[in-house]
Design a protein around this ligand. Structure first.
Ligand code: MIC
Ligand code: SF4
Length: 641
């Protein structure tokens, strides 16, 4: 039987386990990346492991999320990360150099290699034919130390593209179309491979838009073949020697095959508050727009911004609209400026922001009260923009630019045809903002700089055979990590300060939760399906751990969050019969008994002392996960080895 692209890379990186769907496999990791919002914690964990030098082929720390520096906190964190990089053998990409996924694509990504990153959009690298996963910071720390990355062998989905995109329809619309078809849960447990003759019409940055948004499908990762288009991209980056061809075998077997006809695709839009709430742009008439944001790791390539500038050229942004542009990298911004396109953007009245995540993670540019914001980003979860009652829509750069001009949601096909400036034959290579680590000898003497904002990582306690707890919170379906541990300008500077962060846990849906959980000392959370979707932030596990949460019992979990809970020593359990979800209430007193035996058997009994009933819970932990949980989390487990 032939192999898919992902199966080929897995086969070449398999350390243990069988490539049998549903079984745990361990993979050798070639490259790692972190960003600052998750990186500080990852490096504190890496330091706790006591390893001198990273053991990967390449590890890069980016500063892109938290660049406002409204106080000493995140400036200190940047210093800390930079000093760790110098000492332990990592490259450090300074604030302003760009968004991790865009810069990694440009400068470091390599086809057929494995990459894990402490950011859920790490699959962006799949646009280059990498097998790239988002992971919790601790998993990244372990990989930096030469340890394996564990995943469940995924299902294989194939999306075949046929035809060619029509003018003003773009890669973002392909992503939105797949979200419309599959929903935010549709990719769970699967790797999505893209193929068909239509992919030959897509450049690497367009492919990267698509693999980036595969995260919103809940997919383990997404990947494109490595072909002549990949080679062309690497050549323009002066990295032709990194090219290797990669394609699936003609007799590879897929669990699901989906076809999308590019000729028939229209501009699409995800309505508030979920990326799969997708309709045609043309179906929304007279929706007034207050702000438009163009950028993020999804849509900030030079090709995207050249299209935007071609639309804005000679026009002015509507009086009522505030338009922001955040180029993905210094390379993109320099090329935009060299081509003259930047001038067209500025003349239109757009506001140029830094090459960073910015508004995507609520770092500034929050919409006005009840404002309508159109964003080329990948997530429109409630409150993520920083304004709780804002209405955030996700669109392509073309739809964003057209709507900014007219002040209302506008189908870009109503514009006259545009001719964007051509892409350069070769990009200007300037890696001056990527700092190399110190040579090993000097590194030994190098001091790590630690600011007062850096507090110790909370550590779990060894699992006890019985948990008595109170249900501190009962949630609905699709709870995101932005609900559990919000980000934004007010909170993000405290990503290395778990006690402070804990004050905001679940604040989007229940402001009383932190106090309540803390007072209870031992609690559980009851969740619906797809609990923990979205970001890879392990803070969504570490903060509940700090607040005394012992287990999360849900209908189902998102992959990275479930792994983060295990790593933190919190039990992720699912209902054997979802009827139980309806019967257990917030504030109920519960007991989980015989846990040692239960986690071995894969089944634990919950006794609800308040309603007097018992329920069966499922937990299919691997041998390794059982040991991690027993030890009180991955850090304790690694220390005990
Ligand atoms: C996000 O898009 O939600 C983030 C911020 O990039 C996160 C990481 C984080 O929480 O720091 C992600 O996607 O993993
Ligand atoms: Fe940054 Fe937004 Fe991308 Fe997350 S999704 S990495 S916050 S640009």
């Amino acid at each position: 039987m032939g192999l898919t692209i992902a199966q080929k890379i897995i086969k070449n990186h398999l350390i243990s386990g069988n490539m049998v769907q549903g079984e745990e496999i361990a993979l050798r990791i070639d490259q790692t990346l972190t960003q600052d919002a998750t990186g500080t914690m990852a490096y504190l964990e890496f330091e706790a492991m006591g390893i001198e030098r990273v053991k990967t082929e390449l590890s890069v720390a980016y500063v892109d999320h938290n660049t406002l520096q409204c106080g000493f906190e995140n400036a200190d964190d940047h210093r800390y990360i930079q000093s760790v990089c110098a000492k332990h053998g990592l490259r450090f990409s300074k604030a302003g150099n760009g968004i991790c996924h865009q810069v990694h694509l440009e400068r470091f990504g390599k086809p057929a290699k494995t990459l894990i990153g402490s950011d859920s959009h790490t699959p962006t690298g799949g646009g280059l034919g990498m097998l790239a996963f988002g992971a919790g910071g601790l998993d990244v720390a372990v990989a930096m130390g030469g340890g394996a990355y564990y995943i469940t062998m995924p299902k294989m989905f194939k999306v075949n593209l046929k035809g060619k995109l029509k003018p003003f329809v773009s890669a973002k619309d392909i992503s939105l179309e797949l979200l419309r078809i599959l929903s935010v849960k549709g990719g769970v447990g699967a790797i999505i491979e893209w193929g068909g003759e239509g992919i030959k019409t897509l450049s690497v940055p367009e492919r990267a838009t698509i693999t980036n948004m595969g995260t919103e499908l809940g997919a383990t990762t997404s990947i494109f073949p490595s072909d002549e288009i990949t080679c062309e991209f690497l050549k323009k980056q002066g990295r032709e020697s990194d090219f290797v061809p990669l394609e699936s075998d003609s007799d590879a077997v897929y669990d699901k095959i989906i076809e999308i006809d590019l000729d028939k695709l229209e501009p699409l839009i995800a309505c508030p508050h979920s990326p799969d709430n997708v309709v045609k742009v043309s179906s929304l008439k007279n929706v007034k727009v207050d702000q438009v944001c163009i950028g993020s790791c999804t849509n900030s390539s030079l090709a995207d911004l050249l299209k935007v500038s071609a639309i804005l050229k000679g026009r002015t942004v509507a009086d009522s609209v505030s338009l922001s542009i955040s180029p993905g990298s210094k390379q993109v911004l320099s090329a935009l400026s060299a081509s003259g396109a930047l001038q067209d953007i500025l003349k239109s009245g757009a506001r140029l922001l830094e090459c960073a995540c910015g508004p995507c993670i609520g770092m500034g540019f929050s919409p006005n009260s009840a404002g309508v914001s159109l964003r080329t980003f990948n997530r429109n979860f409630l409150g993520r923009s920083g304004t709780k009652d804002a209405e955030v829509y996700l669109v392509s750069p073309e739809t964003a630019a057209a709507s900014a001009i007219f002040g209302k949601i506008t189908d870009p096909r109503t514009l006259d045809e545009i001719s964007p400036l051509p892409l350069p034959d070769k990009f200007e290579i300037d890696d001056s903002a990527i700092i190399m680590p110190l040579p090993e000898k000097e590194a030994k003497k190098h001091e790590i700089v630690r600011g007062p904002n850096i507090k110790p990582v909370p550590s779990g306690a060894a699992l006890e055979n019985k948990i008595s707890a109170t249900v501190a919170l009962k949630t609905g379906d699709n709870i995101t990590t932005d609900h559990i541990m919000p980000a934004g300008a007010k909170i993000l500077p405290y990503r290395s300060n778990i006690p402070y962060l804990s004050k905001f846990c679940f604040s989007v849906i229940d402001e009383g939760f932190p106090e309540r959980a803390k007072a209870l000392k031992s609690s559980v959370i009851l969740g619906g399906s797809n609990y923990g979707q979205g970001s890879s932030r392990e803070h969504a596990a570490l903060v509940p751990l700090y607040l005394g949460v012992k287990a999360v019992i849900a209908k189902s979990f998102a992959r990275i969050h479930a792994a983060n809970l295990v790593n933190a020593g919190i039990l992720p359990l699912t209902f054997a019969d979802e009827k139980a979800y309806g019967e257990i209430s917030q504030n109920d007193e519960i007991e989980l008994c015989d846990l040692f035996d239960g986690i071995k058997r894969g089944q634990v009994t919950l006794t609800d002392k308040t309603n007097g009933k018992t329920y069966e819970l499922i937990c299919n932990f691997t041998e390794r996960q059982q040991q991690i949980l027993k030890a009180g989390g991955l850090l304790m487990f690694t220390k005990n080895l």
